[in-house]
Design a protein around this ligand. Sequence first.
Ligand code: HEC
Length: 131
Amino acid sequence: MKIVKLLAAGLLSVSLANAQDVMQKSMSMMEEGMTQIQQGFLNNNVKLIENGTKLVNEGNALFSKKELIAQYLPAEKKHLANHASNVSKRIALDVNVLSLNLEEKAYIKASNAYSDILNACSSCHAIVRNW
Ligand code: HEC
């Protein structure tokens, strides 16, 4: 019995550790992506904006499932899992808007989409961190 419990506890901590890795990978990809997009806009470097947008998109996809996100919400915020996963959907939409506007050379619109992504980051962090 004891060994079963130990095994179960072990498995649980392994799966939590994996989730932790995925979360950290996702966040650091998005952080790097946002930095590149910002540098791209500031220095008028379209390639950098494109590359950063790709990173944000991939990072966001890693951390978009409601069940995964819910693991990171404080107990009293679990009911906001839907809202938090909608924030991830908002980032995915913004990424599309940013890319399409970039293709059209509509740089102001593209940079507005970048700003909305930044606001979306904060709106999930606000839940997670009790801001
Ligand atoms: C759906 C929720 C959610 C969204 C959206 C989100 N994050 Fe996070 N972020 C988290 C969680 C959970 C943590 C870990 C807990 C903490 O740091 O308070 C975190 C932490 C971080 C960290 C610190 C990493 C670490 O290892 O502690 C960075 C950097 C970060 N996020 C960047 C971003 C950027 C950039 C965006 C937007 C492009 C973003 N995040 C969007 C949930 C989110």
